[in-house]
Design a protein around this ligand. Structure first.
Ligand code: B12
Length: 190
């Protein structure tokens, strides 16, 4: 199953830390092939059709969008385009602009299937593992999802429970291939 994790930056030089952590988490905890997880990042004024087309070109079974105040409208537009072009694609959201209001966001955006309401590393890996194995996601902690015409939320797993499962540390994110260093502005002399 190919996965595409995508976001739009307010400033193109920023790093999509959330997506790098999510990728590291599934590569580390599920031994997911790193090459099957694409990260697509563009500036927030990216052309919506081109952005959606770039995501679709990875042929993902799962698309994860990282949603913040500066990109949520454009990402919802991309979600609609992706669902229209490839209806079987599972669309998952996370991030501070959607997690706390997951029910409202799901209700307003029929193209979205699941929202992870807080830190994503553990629930996203849980979701991916279950989708890969064809298992139900009903009891994955800390998500809000559709079930027919209804919306269902599950409670977060308490940190002590996560620790008991040996998940005290998250896998370190890394870029592959690394983004080329931008040249530092040269010092000017008067
Ligand atoms: C560091 C930081 C910055 C750095 C960014 C460095 C970089 N990435 O290159 C700098 C200083 C540059 C910055 C700039 C801005 N920031 Co800032 N920043 C933060 C801060 C302190 C931490 C963000 C971070 O990296 N967290 C670590 C990552 C791993 O966590 P995360 O992004 O929350 O992602 C986790 C979950 O949300 C979830 N998740 C996220 N996406 C997804 C997707 C899926 C599919 C799933 C399942 C889960 C999931 O799982 C992730 C891993 O646990 C937060 C406040 C905070 N404490 O969170 C504000 C915050 C993100 N910033 C904010 C804002 C508004 C901005 C600016 C617009 C400010 C401005 N006016 O210019 C800019 C735009 C940045 C951009 N990326 O384009 C707001 C966003 C509010 C919102 N509701 O969206 C925040 C929340 C601060 C706040 N409380 O208001 N920021």
């Amino acid at each position: 199953m190919k996965i595409c994790l995508a976001t739009l930056h307010a400033n193109p030089c920023f790093t999509p830390l959330s997506l790098l952590y999510l990728k590291a988490s599934i590569v580390d905890s599920l031994s997911y092939p790193a090459d099957d997880v694409t990260i697509v990042e563009e500036a927030r004024d990216a052309d919506p059709d081109a952005f959606a087309a770039r995501i679709l070109s990875a042929r993902p079974a799962i698309v994860g969008f990282s949603c913040y105040v500066w990109n949520v409208r454009a990402l919802m537009a991309a979600a609609r385009r992706i669902k229209a072009a490839a209806p079987d694609t599972i669309i998952v959201l996370g991030g501070p602009e959607v997690g706390p209001i997951a029910v409202d966001v799901l209700r307003a955006n029929p193209a979205v299937d699941v929202i992870v309401s807080s830190e994503g590393e553990v629930p996203f890996a849980d979701l991916v593992a279950r989708w890969r194995e064809g298992r139900a996601i009903d009891d994955v902690p800390g998500i809000c999802r559709r079930r027919g015409a209804c919306l269902r939320s599950t409670r977060h797993r308490r940190p002590s429970q996560a620790r008991a499962r040996g998940r005290r540390r998250y896998a370190a994110p890394r870029r592959s291939p690394p983004r080329p260093r931008r040249p530092r502005p040269s010092a000017t002399t008067a």
